[in-house]
Design a protein around this ligand. Structure first.
Ligand SMILES: Cc1ncc(COP(=O)(O)O)c(C=O)c1O
Length: 398
């Protein structure tokens, strides 16, 4: 009996519906090459290159010394939930209460819980393309069907309310928004986000707004749907400390949602992970209540890196790249090389680029498009230059 046959016999239909995360796969392959002593330039990982700010680390150390090392309430301590609510109200004029927020083990965990609570068998979930890898699989795991919204590259992959409206059917249960977007960096206008919320509210459809990159918006119009108080009863806002405070490894995310949704998410969390790590919760309070200059400093640094990488990519003959308006990814189009015969897809390009030029990127297929690769520019300028030079030589030889 082959391994595949064995797996089909012993594993559930539920687990067979999903794929491993494409971004995690690239990280693993790049690590393997590094383990062989190969010098890999890493544009694959979706995480800040900055260190977690010192005052946040100090709070975690103090928590350990103070023996804050036991179980907490499943949804997070009152102190943390209040800090999340306060930060969001200060920055986005929202008006959530403690009962309307849950802290989870990263934004991905909050998203997973929210989808399990809101999406049932055969429910339709509108999902803009390109999408962050986990949305599709988490919806599938819940038994839902993704209805893909194709955005337009010539319009910077921007999603509009009119595009969303065209896909609404009587089976639509949830609309997922992700602005700024991973992987395209596209930012929806506040007007379009407001109109999507209005449409959804009118029809009793949930909007799940993944705002993990909300502080990395370079348009000058930083916006959260959480500010639209009139539409709160159909809205879930997902947030994360991972990117905002360079805390990817700490695992702290949250959801702001109506109290019954938060209670249901806490029920699920109580039967899986229980509370996020107590020590991390103390660090998160320090991040949210402490000085915010670090956030603005990182945001400004990303803008410089964005400009540097986009002009570098655009200078490579055959590569085109729309201007990302947020997050820390560029999403260049490499389809002109498919005609040469050496590569036929984005996966081919990313695979060859890693194996032959030792530059890690993520192929677009994982994000629902086949013409692009994702380049994370959350790294130093000198590392960007090294990678761009390797890419220039690689593409010239294709
Ligand atoms: C769009 C989006 N949402 C959520 C997450 C989850 O982040 P975390 O689980 O680290 O909070 C990520 C991480 O890459 C992301 O890109």
């Amino acid at each position: 009996m082959t391994t595949a046959t064995t797996e089909a016999l012993v594993l559930t239909d539920r687990i067979n519906r999903i794929e491993p995360s494409a971004t995690m796969a690239v990280v693993a392959e790049a690590d393997k090459l590094r383990g062989q002593g190969i010098d890999v330039v890493d544009f694959g990982a979706g995480e800040p290159h900055f260190s977690t700010p010192q005052h946040i680390k100090d709070a975690a150390i103090a928590a350990i010394h103070g023996n804050f090392t036991k179980y907490t309430a499943v949804a997070g301590t009152a102190e943390l939930r209040d800090a999340i609510v306060h930060r969001h109200a200060t920055d986005f004029a929202s008006d959530y209460r403690r009962e309307e927020v849950i802290a989870s083990v990263g934004g991905k965990h909050a998203l997973f819980n929210a989808i399990q609570v809101l999406v049932g068998h055969s429910d339709e979930v509108i999902l803009p393309v390109p999408y962050w890898v986990s949305f599709k699989d988490i919806v599938r795991y819940a038994g839902g069907n993704c209805v893909l919204l194709q955005s337009d590259e010539s319009q910077g992959f921007r999603v509009t309310a009119a595009m969303v409206a065209r896909l609404i059917t009587p089976r639509t249960r949830v609309i997922i928004l992700n602005s700024p977007s991973n992987p395209s960096g596209a930012v929806m206008s506040p007007e379009d986000m407001t109109e999507v919320m209005r449409l959804a509210h009118e029809r009793g459809i949930w909007v799940l707004s993944d705002e993990c990159y909300v502080y990395l918006n370079y348009t000058g119009k930083n916006f959260s749907v959480g500010s639209l108080r009139a539409y709160k009863e159909r809205m879930v806002v997902l947030g994360s400390l991972s990117k905002t405070y360079a805390m990817t490894g700490w695992r702290l995310g949250y959801a702001l949602a109506p109290a019954p949704v938060v209670s249901a998410m806490a029920k699920l969390q109580s039967q899986s992970t229980s509370n996020p790590t107590s020590i991390v919760q103390k660090a998160a309070v320090a991040a949210l209540n402490g000085p915010q200059e670090c956030v603005e400093q990182m945001r400004r640094a990303y803008i410089e890196l964005r400009d540097h990488v986009v002009s570098g990519l655009r200078s490579i003959p055959g590569v085109t790249c729309v201007q990302p308006e947020g997050a820390f990814y560029a999403y260049p189009n490499v389809s002109s090389f498919f005609r040469g015969g050496k590569v036929k897809s984005a996966s081919d390009v990313a695979g060859k680029l890693l194996r032959e030029a030792h530059v890690a990127t993520v192929p677009g297929e994982g994000f629902g498009t086949s013409d692009h690769i994702r380049v994370s520019y959350a790294t130093s300028k000198s590392e960007l230059d090294r990678g761009l030079e390797r890419m220039r030589k690689f593409f010239a030889a294709l």
